[in-house]
Design a protein around this ligand. Sequence first.
Ligand SMILES: Nc1ncnc2c1ncn2[C@@H]1O[C@H](COP(=O)(O)OP(=O)(O)OP(=O)(O)O)[C@@H](O)[C@H]1O
Ligand SMILES: [Mg+2]
Length: 500
Amino acid sequence: MQEVLSVRGVSKAYPGVTALEDVSLSLRPGEIRAICGENGAGKSTFVKILMGIVQPDSGSIDINGQTQVVRGPQQAQSMGLGLVAQELSLAPHLSILDNIWLGSAEVPFLHRRASFRVRAKQALETLGLTDWDLDRPVSSLTVGQRQLIEIARLLARDARVLILDEPTATLSDADIERILGILKGLRTQGRSIIYITHRLGEVFELCDSITVLRNGQHVATQPVSETTREGLVEMMLGRSFEDMYPKAPAHADQSVRVVVEGLDVPGTLNKFSMTAPRGRIVCIAGQIGSGANMVTRALAGLVPSATGSVTVDGRPMRLGSVPHAVARNVLFVSDDRAAEGLFPQMTVLDNLIATRLDASARMGVLSWPALRRMAASLAERVGVDRHRLKSQSIALSGGNQQKLLFGRALASADAGVLLMNEPTRGIDVGARAEIYRIMRELCDLGSTLIMTSSDLEEVVGIADIVITLYRGNVVARYEDEAIAMSSILADITHPTQAVA
Ligand SMILES: Nc1ncnc2c1ncn2[C@@H]1O[C@H](COP(=O)(O)OP(=O)(O)OP(=O)(O)O)[C@@H](O)[C@H]1O
Ligand SMILES: [Mg+2]
């Protein structure tokens, strides 16, 4: 069967970094290919080259047997390629319809011909979204729903090769299942898919074949049926890999540090109460919309409408004030690095130390050597190349940006309370293990970690205490050996117990 896509020997260098070196890949109709690799391996660069967003330094691309020079995304589209980019690209204030056609080669800006409406509607129907109002603004949709619109956009344009760069990184399990189901359906129509993910479970559930990249180089391409999970991880890391989740001995002092009583956020969270001891990792598990991430956001002082009582180390903490939370040594690692995390134009170094300027000032004078040393050691701890301290943070790969946020929180964590939403979103397996190790280290130093995660494997692996939430209500609390995937999953999807 003729290949829909055949890439030969593409290379791409940025100043100081070889993003890709002599990478080849070909794809058959109806094939789902995973591209796996650590953060910064070159996955996004590769697909951006396919779409003409980035121009390669060398190499060639054949589409349907013809060699093409892809000059830009509209040209790639007209040849049947479509991309769901790593960072969502919808315009929230525009309608679903306008978003589906935004940037399309076929449609002049926001043109409203009836046939475009029909095709948009058909695309939504292919995804099982029969009752959706095309005129609804995208801002009214959940993240999962927006991701479906991104896919609908490719279908409306009749993409034959769909390229998805970490489409599930921001989604809950229910949404992921739905998207995987849809992609399997598209395969039976003969469409080809390139699928990038750090969630290896998805690779084995969905994909036919795997291409592994490491440091910009092609390591292997092989059928999923001939690949084991361990084998895949070893190919990605280039070394063997033992234990993902360090189970540290319980911290000697497990006195209660954080007491939350009757935390209320209108419409999202209903009289939430919990306690969190020193030296432990507490995970609040729930689907998107359950209110789980509202708990951490409220404790961080980010939710003005939150009410209830919170004490930290026996002292009351006022809600709705970030400075007050920080004064109580309660720090937040955001899961939205674009909106409230990084300063994209600033350097890696500046981002790492942004919250630590005080600690490096002696009598009001900043000590640059001290700051640089601190940044270098933080970079090392979270696994960001210390030679890149002077790069703009926007030039880092998505996962490395996440590590940067984590590094910044570490800079000020001491033995405080660290709040984290989705701490390993978009982070590769190797770095993930490293981050879990750092989380344990912080616990050993006396920190308390309160986190949310939609990745149940992670919840079961790392948490000492799990609190399950369903629609804003606590379902249950589990500790140590009582933590099991099946009960957590049951709680957060269809709780049988009466919720309080
Ligand atoms: N615009 C840019 N300027 C400079 N360097 C860049 C740029 N874009 C990417 N890079 C570098 O190229 C390398 C590959 O990055 P890429 O984004 O392709 O990685 P990735 O495999 O998608 O990683 P992740 O899993 O974190 O998304 C990285 O070292 C990255 O920092
Ligand atoms: Mg990427």
